[in-house]
Design a protein around this ligand. Structure first.
Ligand code: TYM
Length: 335
């Protein structure tokens, strides 16, 4: 199918509605969203349909969805330069997931590490958790997406979306652009401050090792002060050997806009204590204006809903021709 936009990239990314947003979300993903909104036509989606695949509370989903919209605008998404919308407002997402399930292998889904990790030890694992990556493939493919800015933990899902697109194109004719994941050079996987061999996450990490974007400044400082570091005193970037220190170096590099070698050089001979204090301060400074804008934006429910409805309208129009081609090529009698 012909591209909806020529001469520039289509950018698409999604973020779960539930769970408080943490530093890893910001460094691995949100920061990239803001940077890519001028690379072409950019779509950012609050994936509320994905949020029901694990245990959740309906009222919490409702509140968190609007919280997240305010937060995304607060970090710098500009409604004039990108389209932010809710997945459930564009029915093409749920429809495309069903259609694409026909070209997704059962075995492929079973190999997804996130499915295995999130399902492990749970008494009830929903079918939605298993088919989750098909919905995500639909999200991406409906917009003829070129680039998908995400953190490292989404790598396998983006690969699957590419496979699904290729299989669909081969079976039914060229329909989808093959998307490509883009990962930040520094900070693609921010680790838990208490267990630095695990990624930072509100669902699977430790509360003390997870820095929330909206944490109070003193809470942020304390979380960094008590961060687990490695043996020795040397501030050196070596993720396999020194995961705790390397994580702090990456965070400081991003929060202060300096390179990793510059951070190493600045802490040469100074030890971990200084590093922890300074990373905490840099993150407090990074999030202070976000917190302020968030409070203003969140206070105006009506305006948030209005912006999301404008976003949904744009998303619906953009997704429509691709969804129609899918139905047509798969042999459905069109309405
Ligand atoms: P989600 O909501 O878990 O995470 C949102 C984004 O944050 C990134 N991220 C991290 N990056 C670095 N370090 C961390 N510790 C960290 N934790 C989270 C994630 O990589 C992600 O980019 N399945 C997706 C949502 C989704 C999506 C999509 C993404 C649905 N449809 C289409 C892209 C395109 C998810 O659950 O992300």
């Amino acid at each position: 199918m012909s591209k909806a936009f020529s001469g520039s990239n289509v950018v698409f990314s999604g973020i779960q509605a539930t769970g408080a947003k943490q530093l890893g979300n910001y460094i691995g993903a949100m920061r990239q969203y803001v940077a890519t909104q001028d690379e072409g036509e950019a779509f950012f989606c609050i994936v509320d349909l994905h949020s029901i695949t694990a245990d959740y509370d309906p009222q919490d989903l409702h509140d968190r969805t609007l919280d997240l919209a305010a937060l995304l605008y607060a970090v710098g998404l500009d409604p004039k330069r990108c389209t932010l919308f809710l997945q459930s407002h564009v029915t093409a997402h749920a429809e495309s997931a069903w259609l694409l399930s026909a070209v997704t292998g059962f075995g492929q889904l079973g190999r997804m590490t996130q499915f295995k990790e999130k399902g492990e030890g749970k008494e009830f694992v929903s079918a939605g958790l298993f088919t989750y990556p098909v919905l995500m493939a639909g999200d991406i493919l409906l917009y003829q997406t070129d680039i998908v800015p995400v953190g490292d933990d989404q790598r396998q899902h983006v690969e699957l979306a590419r496979d699904i697109a290729q299989r669909f194109n081969a079976r039914y004719g060229e329909t989808f652009t093959i998307p490509r994941g883009v990962f930040p050079q520094v900070g693609a996987r921010i680790m838990d401050l208490q267990e630095p061999t695990k990624k930072m996450s509100t669902s699977a990490g430790t509360p003390q090792g997870t820095v929330l974007i909206l944490d109070e400044p003193d809470t942020i400082r304390k979380k960094f002060k008590t961060a687990v570091t490695d043996s020795g005193r040397e501030v050196r970037y070596a993720p396999d050997e020194k995961p705790g220190v390397s994580n702090l170096i990456e965070i400081l590099s991003v929060a202060s806009g300096t390179s990793i070698p510059e951070v190493e050089a600045a802490y040469d001979g100074r030890g971990y204590g200084d590093l922890k204090g300074d990373v905490g301060e840099a993150v407090v400074t990074l999030f202070a204006p976000v917190k302020e804008r968030y409070a203003e934006l969140r206070a105006d429910d009506g305006e948030l809903r209005r912006l999301l409805s404008v976003g949904a309208e744009k998303a619906r129009e953009t997704a429509k021709p691709t969804l129609e081609s899918m139905y047509e090529r798969m042999g459905f009698v069109l309405r």
